[in-house]
Design a protein around this ligand. Structure first.
Ligand code: HEC
Ligand code: HEC
Length: 287
């Protein structure tokens, strides 16, 4: 499996950084165990690894470290989510599982892409996710937004969507709600860390952000894209609103682009270190 990249230096920021550390550790665990001396060789009692087509076994061995046991509560997106599965559909699931997501911690699994699973095993995982966790009947009469953006989003329009749909939990600027923020909800758990900081954005793809929005926030009682807006005039986020709000969040990545050599400033050094081939100097994030 080609997920043996070294752990990335992660600045000390809330939640997102913890998730990244957890993912990196899981990546090492997944890649490390099969190459350890003493890892059981295929024998009469143990089926050859590529003969395994049982979804729970395949999922547990290859995916649960990052996406959580039974597809829930992992550091990466919960895949045990009927709305997400309905929107993504078999083709997108197969493509991502086979080829991974470049520049993120999602590794490729198909042998053709450098992974360890046969095409049959990739299929078994995709069909297993849809059969075990999908509920297509619930979405038969729902207008599903497109999985991928069909046109570029408009970040300015997206800021308005963010203020209406997201700011109550992520803060007006996306940097998180703190107990000192005006209007901090009584329940402190409703607040969340920054979703615009460079260390989060450097490791998540635009589709990754979009998928979080499509899939909803089950822990926050937001089932999917239909549940963000509340009160009078509430409606499901439209495909355009989804693209716009993703463009606004992703737009903060610009501040994380590594500058030309010699012009490195304190605020951009984190991002360039994240992309450095020798990630051993501890990166320090400014608050
Ligand atoms: C080392 C951690 C890791 C492992 C192991 C892993 N994933 Fe992922 N996966 C991620 C991350 C991180 C993302 C988000 C990538 C992004 O930003 O787009 C992701 C994204 C995905 C997505 C796409 C979500 C979307 O945006 O539509 C699917 C589907 C997926 N993974 C399935 C799997 C399956 C199936 C397995 C096991 C065969 C697996 N993953 C194993 C970390 C992992
Ligand atoms: C009711 C509160 C609430 C609302 C509204 C909300 N979020 Fe979140 N969001 C959270 C919490 C809490 C988390 C972390 C835990 C989770 O996934 O439920 C989170 C996680 C995320 C993440 C993943 C960050 C990470 O560190 O992995 C993204 C991206 C995100 N939200 C974007 C949005 C966007 C965009 C909107 C508006 C369309 C939105 N959220 C609306 C509470 C909320």
């Amino acid at each position: 499996m080609s997920i043996t990249r070294p752990p990335l230096p992660v600045p000390s920021v809330p939640i997102s950084a913890l998730a990244i550390v957890a993912l990196a550790a899981a990546a090492l665990a997944v890649s490390g165990c099969k190459s350890m001396p003493g890892y059981p060789k295929p024998g009469p009692e143990i089926p050859r690894p590529d003969a395994v087509l049982d979804f729970p076994t395949l999922y547990k061995e290859s995916c649960s470290g990052c996406h959580g046991e039974n597809g829930l509560n992992g550091a990466a997106l919960a895949l045990n989510n009927p709305a997400y599965l309905a929107v993504a559909g078999p083709d997108n699931l197969r493509k991502v599982t086979a080829n991974g997501v470049p520049s993120t911690l999602m590794p490729p699994f198909a042998r053709s892409a450098g992974g360890m699973l046969t095409d049959q095993q990739v299929d078994a995982i995709v069909q297993g996710m849809l059969k075990t966790w999908g509920r297509p009947a619930d979405f038969a009469s729902v207008a599903l937004p497109p999985y991928a953006a069909t046109a570029p989003g408009n970040p300015e329009a997206g800021q308005k969507v963010f203020l209406a749909a997201c700011a109550r939990c992520h803060g007006d600027d996306g940097a998180g709600l703190h107990s000192t923020s005006p209007g901090h909800p009584a329940n402190p758990d409703t607040g969340h860390g920054s979703i615009v900081n460079p260390s989060f954005l450097a490791l998540v793809s635009d589709q990754g952000i979009r998928s979080f929005v499509l899939a909803g926030h089950a822990n926050q009682h937001i089932p999917d894209w239909r549940g963000y807006l509340t009160g009078p005039g509430a409606h499901p986020l439209s495909p355009q609103e989804i693209s716009d709000v993703v463009a606004w969040v992703a737009g903060h990545r610009q501040t994380a682009v590594a500058p030309a050599a010699g012009s490195q400033s304190a605020s951009t050094s984190t991002a360039s270190k994240l992309h450095s081939p020798t990630p051993h100097s501890p990166a320090k994030e400014k608050p």
